[in-house]
Every structure is written in structure tokens, then in C-alpha cells.
Design a protein around this ligand. Structure first.
Ligand SMILES: Cc1ncc(COP(=O)(O)O)c(C=O)c1O
Length: 329
């Protein structure tokens, strides 16, 4: 028994996902939506706050601040409240109402950015706002998931170990992970490479994200992709990148529900779509173990990824964008 559910982070289940027509691919997904506030981000929020309190970097009077459009904000607001700390969360226009509600209800102050930046997202303006507040506030700590080594450390010390231990027959040939701040893939890839040096780490990104270059454009699915290249990634051990588009993500989420009874979030669909796309391009002759991480559940995407009209709107927007790009060449 635990005295508070927030102390039950990690040890999430792993399920097998057989892929029709691909008998050599043994895919295993780590279901991170079994964490207390519903996502992989509980690991970072819980770890970072405890470490900072234990080493005296912050105290009970410190205000925490972070830019987050969703899951990290939800997780930080819960763990800040648990520890009696004030938390300011800088979100933006695209933050799902359910996430904003959860952040507010857990006592955080919410600042909402509505002006997009030049990369078509809100991240740069969110970070600008955070810096402004940090400058004029005493005893404030910016979590800064994009550069704080503790973010990667959290995953190195928990999810990374679990993946290494839980890989069937103690074998990891491939690891597929969605990427946004880069903290998860940085920590997990370091741990997996230490234990399985031959494992191939594949980052799953989305079209319109500029993490690995390419042209920025508006993205609709939160939690994956970024309009900056996070500093933390300098320490990641990534072998290859596969990018998927929003149509592929939506179809993959539907397939996960139909074939595997998994009601998974947008980035999980992207990861699943990424695995299928990668192995359409790269054939394997023998059995391989593919570990992957499903970061959150479908519940927070009921009005988006699982809503047909929303899917049609995204498809139409992307087609029009591709058309105007094509005629501009
Ligand atoms: C749903 C979802 N998937 C994937 C990620 C990627 O994790 P990271 O920010 O550590 O790269 C996030 C991060 O917020 C997320 O919310």
C-alpha cells in the first residue's frame, strides 16, 4: 500500500503487439499511461522535484516554473502540490482544455500564450515568457526540460532500467521512442546502450517538427515534435530517425484500438506508425525484439485524434499546405 498514488511512479506494464505479415518483428510496448497522472512525464516530474529538494537547490518557498503544453504541466502541478510548492505553468493556445483544467485544479498558476512564433508553434514565445518571469521573481526555479540534465537522468534511472530488465529473453534489438523535449530518449538511450550496445535507437519525429532539421509548419498533435532543437539531445544516443505525418498517426491510433485494444495517445500512434514505416523500408531476416514507449492514453485526445471531423480538418489543412508549397516551388 502507498500513502499517496503519486508515489507509485513506474513499473508500468509491457504488452506484445504482433504486426500482421511481419512475423520477424516482436514488438513490445511499455504503457506509460499507467503512471499516476497518466503519462511518462510523471517520471521526470517526481524525480526532478525530489532531487532538487533533497540537494537543497530548492526549498519549501521556491516557486517552480515550466513551459509545457500538456503532460509535463499536469505531472508537475501534481508533484509540486504534493510537496507544497508553488508552480507556474506557461501553456499555449493549443493546450487541450482537459490538460489546462487538470493543471489549474491542482493549484498551479496558468499563463496562456496566444501569439505564435516564426516556426509556426508557440514554444519560443512560451520560453520567452518564462525567462521574463524568472528575471523578476525571487527564489524561482525554471525546470527547463529542454536542457536540464535531471530530465534525462530521471529516465536513465527509471524507464531505461525497466526497459532493459523487461525486454523478453534479455534482448533489445531496436528501441523506438517519440521525441519532444528529448529528455526521455536521452536518458533511456544512454541506459539501453550501456546494457545492449548493439541496440538501434530510433527517434520518432513528426512532419513539421524541426528537431532533426527540415521545414517548420503547423502541427496539430501535441506531445511529439518541437519547433526548437533541444540542447539535452547532445547527450542522446540516436542511431536513426523516422518521421511520420499526422494522417499516419491518426490511422495508427485507430489501428491500436481495433487490433490491440489499446486506447493510446497521439505520440503512441506516431511511434507505432514509425515502427511499421521503418520496417517497410528496412527488412529484417531474423527475429528481432523491438521495444517502444507509449507515452500517454487516448482519453485526452477524445476531441482530436479520435474525432472524425477533427481528422478531416487536419487532413484538409495539410493537403492545402502541401498544395501551396508545391506551387510556390
Ligand atoms: C504524449 C507525449 N509523448 C511523448 C513525449 C516526449 O517526451 P520528451 O519530452 O521527453 O521527448 C511527451 C512529452 O511531453 C508527451 O507528452
Amino acid at each position: 500500500m502507498v500513502n499517496n498514488i503519486l508515489n507509485k511512479v513506474g513499473n508500468t506494464p509491457v504488452v506484445s503487439l504482433p504486426i500482421i505479415g511481419k512475423p520477424n518483428l516482436n514488438v513490445f510496448a511499455k504503457l506509460e499511461f499507467y503512471n499516476p497522472t497518466g503519462s511518462v512525464k510523471d517520471r521526470a516530474a517526481c524525480y526532478i522535484i525530489s532531487r532538487l529538494l533533497n540537494d537543497g537547490t530548492i526549498n519549501k518557498d521556491t516557486t517552480l516554473i515550466e513551459s509545457s503544453s500538456g503532460n509535463f504541466g499536469v505531472a508537475l502541478s501534481a508533484y509540486a502540490k504534493l510537496n507544497g510548492l508553488k508552480f507556474i505553468c506557461v501553456i499555449d493556445k493549443t493546450t487541450l482544455p482537459v490538460n489546462e483544467m487538470l493543471i489549474r485544479l491542482q493549484g498551479a498558476e496558468v499563463i496562456r500564450i496566444t501569439k505564435p512564433d516564426n516556426n509556426g508553434g508557440y514554444l519560443i514565445n512560451r520560453i520567452k515568457k518564462v525567462k521574463e518571469i524568472v528575471q523578476k521573481t525571487e527564489n524561482i526555479y525554471w525546470i527547463n526540460q529542454y536542457a536540464n540534465p535531471l530530465n534525462a537522468r530521471a529516465y536513465y534511472n527509471s524507464l531505461g532500467i525497466e526497459i532493459c530488465l523487461e525486454a523478453p529473453r534479455q534482448k533489445v534489438d531496436y528501441l523506438f521512442m517519440g521525441i519532444s523535449s528529448g529528455g526521455t530518449i536521452t536518458g533511456v538511450s544512454q541506459r539501453v546502450k550501456e546494457n545492449y550496445p548493439n541496440a538501434k535507437i530510433i527517434a520518432v519525429d513528426v512532419d513539421g517538427s524541426i528537431i532533426f532539421g527540415g521545414k517548420a509548419h503547423k502541427r496539430f498533435i501535441p506531445g511529439i515534435g518541437s519547433s526548437i532543437r533541444p540542447d539535452i539531445l547532445k547527450h542522446a544516443k540516436i542511431d536513426d530517425v523516422i518521421s511520420v505525418n499526422e494522417d499516419e498517426t491518426i490511422d495508427a491510433c485507430r489501428e491500436l484500438l481495433e487490433r490491440h485494444n489499446l486506447y493510446a495517445g497521439g505520440s503512441s500512434g506516431s511511434v507505432y506508425a514509425g515502427i511499421k514505416k521503418y520496417f517497410r523500408r528496412n527488412n529484417v531476416e531474423s527475429q528481432v525484439n523491438i521495444m517502444c514507449v507509449f507515452a500517454d492514453s487516448g482519453e485526452r485526445y477524445i476531441t482530436t485524434v479520435y474525432n472524425d471531423q477533427w481528422g478531416d480538418m487536419v487532413r484538409e489543412y495539410n493537403l492545402k499546405r502541401q498544395y501551396s508549397e508545391a506551387i510556390a516551388v
